[in-house]
Design a protein. Sequence first.
Length: 214
Amino acid sequence: MLGDYVKKASIPRHLLWFALGGLCFIISQPILRIPILKWVQSTTEFSMFAIFHPLLAGILIGLSAGIAEESFRFILKQFFMKPARTSIVQPVIFGLGHGLVEAVMVLGPAILAGYSLMDLSWGIVERIIAVTLHVSFTIVVWNGFQRDKRAAYLILAILLHGAVDGSIPFFNYLKLSIPTIEGILAVVALALVLYSWNSRKYYIKGGKTVEEER
């Protein structure tokens, strides 16, 4: 009976975590980063910089995604998802919320425009990899709360995220094919999944009651 109570009580919390993950993407990207990035790219200074240093400009834009998204993951965990110590289910659900809301916003317009799933096949593959990465990046940030090394793991998450996004212009510079790029990113995602799996030791074990997890 207690187990049924815990499961029922967990559903609202899980929905909240998912919603906060989606909110994290919406605030960090469409509301803040993208408008700021458009303004920066419209300036003469950045335009000249991008002309003379296109690869570096692309890498910096990728790093800005890591700074924006990982910082807001940290903020939402810090102020809206107490306590610091939790089960690993929390970052997984939060990361799914973040990644799936982004996937809907990226693929949704194309689907509504009439493109078939076959037309969007590589886009779907890219989004699956992206969702996997978002879950892993969330776990990296949460690891800092579990191990009381918040700043260190936030910086690590920013660098990992920035490296992934910043690698895209580098791959394009090398003229790699889409399958090759997605293959490389899939390997990176797999490595982060293995890291995330190993991170389970930092979290509260399963089977806790609602009161114990609070």
